[in-house]
Structure formats: structure tokens, C-alpha cells
Design a protein around this ligand. Structure first.
Ligand code: MEV
Length: 313
């Protein structure tokens, strides 16, 4: 009998959240905070010692269903606060998929793991893009529906959307994340945007502009244009605020960080969670965020994607 341990990194979205759900461009970077899953076969399926419940553990249930997985016992450990906008559910899904695939002796195909994690997110959120799932699975830097000439990883389609996912170089730039401390699940934020878009042409135009901003940002990242990228991040925050997914705590941290940054914005689904600033003065940004009640940390990018090890008992 052996345990399988798999881990995957969290991420932050540099540009393009929400619009990417509708097939617009986006870019994300994996960060040095990981989610770890330890699984073993068990006659009494459980999660951290509590009975597994299909309706509660929606992400896990989706992955178990897709993999005809035998009953397992799962222990989790996370360095990524849940609802922080840093991709904890995608990292969990990616790590869990890799772990159960290894447990069943199946090939560890990155695309298949990313699709498992995407479908888990889709089921739990009501809709989703494969952005977070791809960043957690592949690691490094990931672009969705970027300009031609990228290094392609995989393509995923669902309903009327197709997301072409490619790899991008991790920029030599310094990012500081500020966590508001407010847990904000992704599903309700995604649903809020869906409703707004369904009834307003203006919301659809804002989503288009977020996509255009992300496309320009991918170009700025490619040529290490920190000033250009910073300007686009700040502009993106304004667009996301108009869309209704920011909140006063996020705005407070973004405003505080802006004075010492090239640009700053909320990251992830918003409504709480985290913001991110691009800066060459991380100390000043951390101080400004902490003074406004946020929890700052300097992000290390270039993190490896999903990885698996087996522990013999
Ligand atoms: C959440 O990290 C990013 C969103 O765009 C949702 C998604 O892409 O699934 C808000």
C-alpha cells in the first residue's frame, strides 16, 4: 500500500479575469504557494477525517466521476487561503486529479489534469474558464487566447467558447499581493457578471475592453515594459470596478499601493480576496498595504506546476 502525494501552485491573474470566462485573452502567473493532496485507497471515503459528501465536495466529486476513481481517503494541506483570489480551488483540483490518476496507475497527462481541474471549477462555480486550472497544472506563466506565435500547450472548448492556452516566459518583474482577509468565493462573482452581461450591452463592452487590455498587456510582458504593463493593470482595475466586482477594501489597498507602483489591480474574482501591484519598491508597497489593514507578501513567480510523489507505507 502506498500514499500518493501531489501538489500544485496557486496563481495570480495579471490581466483578463472575468472576461476570460467569455473567451477573451488573459494572462496568469503561478506563485510559490502550493496546495497538497495526499490520497490512499480506503473503504471509507473521507476528506481530512470527515466523510466524503458529494454535494459538499463538488470539485473532488467531479474529478472522482471523470476518473472512475476507487474510494479514497484524502488529506489536504494548503499555503493558499481559500477565497483569496489566488486559485486555491484550482490548485486543489489539479493536485487531486494528479494524485488519483497516479493512484490508478494512469498516465500523468498535463492536459487531462488541466481539463479535470477546469471541469471541477465549472461544476462548482456554475461556469469558468480554464485559466486557473491551466496555471496551476502547468506552472510558470500561462496565456489564454493570446496573440499568434505563442508556445501552445492545449486547447479546451466548452459550450460556445474555445480557450487556446499557451506558455509564456515568466517576466523579471516584482509583484506584491495584498490579501484583504475577506474570503470571496468565485461562483457568486462570476454569476453577478453573467447577469449584468445578460441584461446590458455596456457590460459586454466592458468585458471586450478587459480582453483588449489583456492582449496589450501580454505584449508589454513580452518586451519587459513595466511602465506599460502597470498602466494597463490600473486601467483593468477601473474596468473591473465598473463591472461591479471590486469592493471598498480592495480599492483601499489598490489606492495605497499605487503611489509606490507602476500599477495595481484586484486579482481573481474580486468582491474581497486579493489585489496585486507591480513595483520596484516592494518594501514600500508592503508597508502601504499593511497600514491599510491588508496582508502583504512579495510573490515569487516561476513556480513549478503540478508534481507527484509516491510514499511507500
Ligand atoms: C478567477 O480566478 C478568475 C475568473 O475569471 C473565473 C474563471 O476564469 O474561471 C473570475
Amino acid at each position: 500500500m502506498s500514499d500518493i502525494v501531489a501538489s500544485a501552485p496557486g496563481k495570480f491573474i495579471v490581466l483578463g479575469e472575468h472576461a476570460v470566462v467569455y473567451g477573451k485573452p488573459a494572462v496568469a502567473l503561478a506563485v510559490d504557494r502550493r496546495f497538497t493532496c495526499r490520497v490512499r485507497r480506503s473503504s471509507r471515503p473521507n476528506v481530512n477525517g470527515r466523510p466524503f459528501e458529494r454535494g459538499v465536495h463538488l470539485h473532488l466529486d467531479t474529478i472522482i466521476g471523470r476518473n472512475s476513481c476507487p474510494p479514497v481517503s484524502l488529506e489536504t494541506e494548503s499555503e493558499i487561503p481559500s477565497g483569496s483570489g489566488l486559485g486555491s480551488s484550482a490548485a486543489m483540483s489539479s493536485a487531486f486529479s494528479a494524485a488519483v490518476r497516479a493512484l490508478c496507475g494512469r498516465e500523468l497527462d498535463e492536459r487531462e489534469i488541466a481539463v479535470d481541474a477546469f471541469e471541477a471549477e465549472y461544476a462548482a462555480q456554475g461556469r469558468a474558464s480554464p485559466m486557473d486550472a491551466s496555471a496551476s497544472t502547468h506552472g510558470g506563466g500561462v496565456v489564454v487566447n493570446g496573440p499568434r506565435g505563442d508556445r501552445p500547450l492545449w486547447s479546451i472548448s466548452k459550450n460556445s467558447n474555445t480557450w487556446d492556452v499557451s506558455e509564456t516566459d515568466v517576466p523579471e518583474m516584482t509583484f506584491v499581493v495584498g490579501y484583504t482577509g475577506i474570503k470571496a468565493p468565485t461562483g457568486p462573482q462570476v454569476e453577478k457578471v453573467r447577469k449584468y452581461r445578460a441584461k446590458s450591452r455596456f457590460a459586454a463592452e466592458i468585458l471586450d475592453e478587459i480582453g483588449q487590455t489583456a492582449l496589450e498587456g501580454i505584449g508589454a510582458l513580452d518586451c519587459n515594459d513595466v511602465e506599460g504593463l502597470g498602466r494597463l493593470m490600473t486601467h483593468d482595475h477601473k474596468l473591473l470596478s465598473i463591472l461591479g466586482v471590486s469592493c471598498k477594501e480592495l480599492n483601499k489597498l489598490v489606492n495605497a499601493a499605487e503611489r509606490h507602483s507602476y500599477g495595481a489591480k484586484l486579482t481573481g474574482s474580486g468582491g474581497g480576496g486579493s489585489m496585486v501591484a507591480l513595483t520596484d519598491d516592494p518594501e514600500a508597497v508592503c508597508k502601504a498595504i499593511a497600514l491599510r489593514g491588508g496582508q502583504p507578501f512579495v510573490v515569487r513567480t516561476g513556480e513549478e506546476g503540478v508534481r507527484v510523489s509516491e510514499i511507500l507505507q
